[in-house]
Design a binder for this molecule. Sequence first.
Ligand SMILES: Cc1cc2nc3c(=O)[nH]c(=O)nc-3n(C[C@H](O)[C@H](O)[C@H](O)COP(=O)(O)O)c2cc1C
Length: 340
Amino acid sequence: MATIGPIKLKHPVVMAPMAGVTDLPYRLIAREQGAALVYSELVSAKGICYGSRKTLKLLETDEAERPVGLQIFGGEAGVMVEAARHVERFGPDLLDINMGCPVPKITNNDEGAALMLDPERAGRLVGQVVQAVRLPVTVKIRKGWDENHVTAPQVARELEKAGVAAIAIHGRTREQFYTGRADWDIIREVKRAVDIPVIGNGDVATPQDAARMLEQTGVDAVMIGRAALGDPWIFRRVTHYLDTGELLPMPTPREKAEMAVRHLRMAVGFKGEPRAVREMRKHIAWYLKGVPGSARIKRLVQEMTEADRVAETLLEFVDGLGAAADEPVETPRARAGRAA
Ligand SMILES: Cc1cc2nc3c(=O)[nH]c(=O)nc-3n(C[C@H](O)[C@H](O)[C@H](O)COP(=O)(O)O)c2cc1C
């Protein structure tokens, strides 16, 4: 089984860092559903150094979610080193550095995916962070900046020299953002380029996709992002399939509504009712994807401000579905996955 520094992964399936999604409550749910490792969203190294309360809240972790990685982004070595030392005090199992964020606000500052343009600079920056902390340091990279700058294998070699414990690679260039198909060949190239563990990422939407990525690229683990939106059960389905070759059924509307309610309660506990209710709207829309007749409920929930009202509405809705409440919901993406 894959190991990252001292961390032994129980399964070769991890949850991708996602801004606005992989907060502490959702990470706990993903771990409970079998993700072998979870990450925070990207957190600004500068924000950490300024010590803004909102930023520091993003660094909170819980014993029950271990192993957990906290991800930071930045472009200046001094700031990254200082931020990494702060992060270490929050007690994560690993520190991850973001070299994949494609957003102009970040890349224009030479942060995120902009680091893919200069492999040596990326290696130097990461090397300084590795030297500054005892935590294992990992990096999440992309294929490159664009098709003329496919730098992932060079960046990976520089990172290995710099002493990182593992690399996750998303098989798209910065220019692609999230469009097109993830390139699994580049993932295989990165795996071959280094001796440290490599985690493959991009377009794993079904258990079969996960098995194919592992087989085609030789990576040590797969990382799942968008397919886990509203579907934390994906981790259980994937690990079960890898272990047994059996496909578990998709969740039912009742399971989805009950999970959404539990997620909401956890979010209220973690960040207070007003914020939790607001932020849960998108999660609820994701949970209800593919559930027949849920459009009206999704609209209603958008207007609500009280957690109890939201919970009641969701549970009454599934009760009203009759027998359909307990029939698995097939979504087009989960059915088709990534065409072989
Ligand atoms: C809503 C959203 C937020 C994301 N935020 C982050 C982030 O904070 N850090 C990061 O490294 N990648 C982030 N990503 C990229 C994902 O980690 C992942 O690389 C990408 O979605 C491809 O994997 P997938 O095909 O399984 O979704 C984000 C993606 C999405 C959809």
